[in-house]
Design a protein around this ligand. Structure first.
Ligand SMILES: [Zn+2]
Length: 137
């Protein structure tokens, strides 16, 4: 078992790094959860189990917790290690972009919506607007 202090320290240490580890909405959510758990009053025991549960929800934060607890790896070194596991590129987004296809059955033109603000384009061959692919993926 690990001491409550160790867990609390890791929770404080990881917070500034969350935007580098997780996608923005998830990073904000985890940060909010940790902030709540770290703001327990001095008479209450630290919420270590909940902190571990929050950090265990996501692969990179779970790995961070493990490296910090078991190998005492400093934060900057963990960040480098995790980045080599999973480069934080544009393709990192786990939410798959909606897939659009040309409504002409024989046409194989396709398009992926990367942003909700972009207007759906038209098929360059048939000049009809792409439609959301209902088959998914
Ligand atoms: Zn087409």
């Amino acid at each position: 078992m690990y001491s409550a202090d160790e867990i609390v320290n890791i929770a404080q240490e990881i917070r500034p790094y969350l935007p580098k580890l997780l996608d923005t909405p998830i990073a904000q959510q985890v940060d909010g959860q940790l902030a709540g758990l770290l703001s327990q009053g001095p008479t209450e025991p630290p919420a270590t189990q909940q902190i571990v549960a929050v950090l265990s929800q996501h692969e990179l934060t779970r790995e961070w917790l493990r490296l910090s607890l078991e190998e005492h790896t400093p934060a900057e070194a963990i960040l480098k290690l995790l980045r080599t596991y999973e480069p934080l590129t544009g393709s990192h987004n786990p939410i798959e972009s909606p897939h659009y296809v040309c409504p002409v059955a024989s046409c194989h033109q396709e398009w992926y919506r990367r942003s909700s603000t972009v207007e759906t384009p038209r098929c360059p061959i048939h000049d009809v607007q792409f439609v959301r692919d209902s088959k998914g993926h």
